[in-house]
Write a protein that binds this ligand. Structure first.
Ligand code: ZN
Length: 126
C-alpha cells in the first residue's frame, strides 16, 4: 500500500473545490445564453499544454486545471469564452459580443490571462 500525503490530499481537495466553483459559475452564466444553454452537457478539468479550455459541438467543456491557480477574472473569462461557443463555434464579432455580455471585464481579464499563458508550457511541479 502507498501512503497518501497531505500535499496530495490537499491537491485533490483543491481540485474538487475548484470544479464546484467553476460549475457554479457556469450555472450563473447559462441563463444569459437563452436556448443555447440547453446544449451544455458537462465540465471536466484536465492538464493541457496549449489551451485554457475547449468546448465540443455537443456541449462538453474542458478547462485546464492550471486555472485553479490564476486570478478569478482569468478563469471566469475562460468560462465565458467556452460558454459562448455553445452558441457560436467561431471567434467572430457575434461570439466576442456574447462573451463580453456573459462576463463584465472580459477583455481586461483576457489581457491578464495572457500574462499567465507561459505557465502552460512550463513543466508542472506536481
Ligand atoms: Zn474559442
Amino acid at each position: 500500500m502507498e501512503w497518501r500525503g497531505t500535499a496530495s490530499a490537499l491537491r485533490s481537495w483543491q481540485r474538487a473545490e475548484a470544479l464546484q466553483l467553476f460549475e457554479d459559475t457556469i450555472r450563473q452564466m447559462l441563463p444569459a445564453l437563452g436556448v443555447a444553454a440547453l446544449r451544455y452537457q458537462s465540465l471536466r478539468l484536465r492538464t493541457m499544454r496549449r489551451r485554457w479550455g475547449s468546448c465540443t459541438m455537443d456541449g462538453r467543456i474542458t478547462l485546464n486545471d492550471w486555472l485553479i491557480r490564476v486570478p478569478d477574472p482569468c478563469w471566469q473569462a475562460v468560462i465565458a469564452h467556452e460558454l459562448a461557443h455553445l452558441m457560436y463555434m467561431h471567434h467572430g464579432p457575434a461570439f466576442q459580443h456574447l462573451a463580453r455580455h456573459l462576463m463584465p471585464g472580459y477583455d481586461e481579464a483576457n489581457r491578464l490571462l495572457d500574462q499567465w499563458t507561459s505557465v502552460l508550457t512550463t513543466p508542472s511541479q506536481s
